[in-house]
Design a protein around this ligand. Structure first.
Ligand code: CA
Length: 404
């Protein structure tokens, strides 16, 4: 995964720092001085590891000169979000008038670069623009945190095991090769960097020097950032010429039990595109009900799942797809969202998962996160209960489950 999701699932604190890090591992940190000692101990221990990965002493010293742990970053690891934003609110801000206006201008300004990247990687401009717009509003907020400091802070407390220490080493190697100046080495609090928010490990796997100046500058070079993003999507399986999907209308009497088929089969079943265009001749697609069968319905291809390799959330992927479509002459989502159907609260989502578990479904640990296993179980239950099997967790399903 490109970047770290679901921080909320993890508890991290200074007191829980891994035992091989810092000066007083078994005791909670009480003073600023102690925290400082712990941090400098971590940095000292890091040096031989960095050296073994090809980082010079000069680069190492440049990276850590005067560095202290970032308490804001530590605080952010403890932030838990119980509230899930409705997808319609999420999409409204993802495709706001201001966002579209900026995207339209950015597209015009970078037309030739975008065309060149599209031609070289076979990845549609709409998805490139969608990712760029969703990640940083086309470069307008790329994150003001010192990436090395953020990563060192997270690594020093052992947050998520060795993940951030490995990312820190990757970041030091980026500095070693001077792809970015020390002062410009900025990103999000969790270390995502540049125009399209790559983690340092993704930088090494996918970043490209598209403008051939010797630096893979995903911070300031639009050609480098967009080519790197296209390369990321291509390497993750983007199929040239295949749409991500589109909104559809279902015919009366539609058999909701079917959710994966070829486009030819969907055509036979009377599924049509909401914009009136014909379905593609070839390929497979899944029905996708982001807010249940009462909301907008989509057919999505494997390219939709490639977008989710960037960020695993359905809402994010639909945001990228919709924003990209709108910047490429496409229409807004037509069907209305079921805004009167309130989202289940965390406790209700857990209740729903427990009820499914009681009925013999394996939905994993009932943590209130609705993943594919929960959706599958809901769908199966809906078939048995004579409901439309859209896999959507709302009150109707919860009430029906409680009767079982
Ligand atoms: Ca470059």
């Amino acid at each position: 995964m490109r970047r770290v999701l679901f921080f909320s699932a993890l508890l991290a604190s200074l007191a829980m720092a891994s035992p091989d890090v810092g000066a007083a591992p078994s005791k909670p940190v009480k003073t600023k001085a102690e925290a400082g000692n712990r941090f400098s101990g971590f940095v000292e221990r890091l040096w031989p590891v960095a050296r073994a990965k090809g980082v010079s002493r000069a680069t190492f010293d440049l990276a850590f000169k005067g560095m202290t742990p970032d308490v804001e970053v530590i605080a952010l690891t403890k932030k838990q979000s119980e509230f899930v934003k409705p997808i319609w609110d999420y999409l409204a801000s993802a495709t706001s008038a201001a966002r579209i206006e900026r995207g339209t201008r950015i597209l015009a300004e970078n037309e030739s670069t975008i065309a060149a990247v599209e031609a070289r990687y076979g990845v549609d401009r709409s998805v490139l623009l969608g990712v760029w717009g969703m990640e940083t509003n086309f470069g307008s907020y790329t994150g003001g945190k010192d990436v090395l400091r953020s990563l060192a802070t997270l690594a020093s407390i052992g947050y998520r095991g060795t993940y951030f220490r490995d990312e820190l080493i990757n970041a030091l190697r980026i500095l070693e090769e001077r792809h970015v100046a020390r002062a410009d080495f900025k990103g999000s609090w969790a270390g995502a960097m540049g125009q399209t928010q790559f983690m340092p490990s993704s930088f090494w796997r996918f970043a490209v020097d598209f403008d051939s100046d010797g630096h893979k500058d995903i911070w300031k070079s639009v050609p480098d950032a967009l080519a790197s993003t296209a390369n990321y999507l291509k390497e993750n399986g983007w199929r040239t010429g295949q749409p991500w999907g589109f909104e559809v209308s279902l015919p009366k009497g539609f058999d909701y039990r079917v959710h994966e088929a070829s486009f030819a089969e969907w055509s036979t079943r009377g599924v049509s595109r909401a914009d009136g265009q014909a379905l593609p001749q070839e390929g497979q697609a899944n029905l996708f009900y982001p807010a249940g069968a009462d909301g907008p319905i989509f057919l999505v291809t494997s390219n939709f799942n490639v977008i989710k390799r960037y960020n695993a959330s359905d809402a994010y992927a639909l945001g990228v797809a919709s924003l990209g479509d709108l910047l490429n002459g496409g229409a807004r989502i037509r069907a209305s969202w079921p805004t009167e159907d309130p989202l289940l609260a965390l406790a209700q989502r857990i209740e729903l998962q427990r009820a499914l578990t009681r009925l013999g479904y394996d939905v994993g640990n009932p943590d209130g996160r609705i993943g594919s296993r929960t959706r599958e179980a809901i769908r199966d239950f809906q078939v048995r209960a004579g409901m439309r099997p859209d896999g959507y967790p709302n009150r109707r399903v919860l009430e029906a489950l409680k009767l079982n």
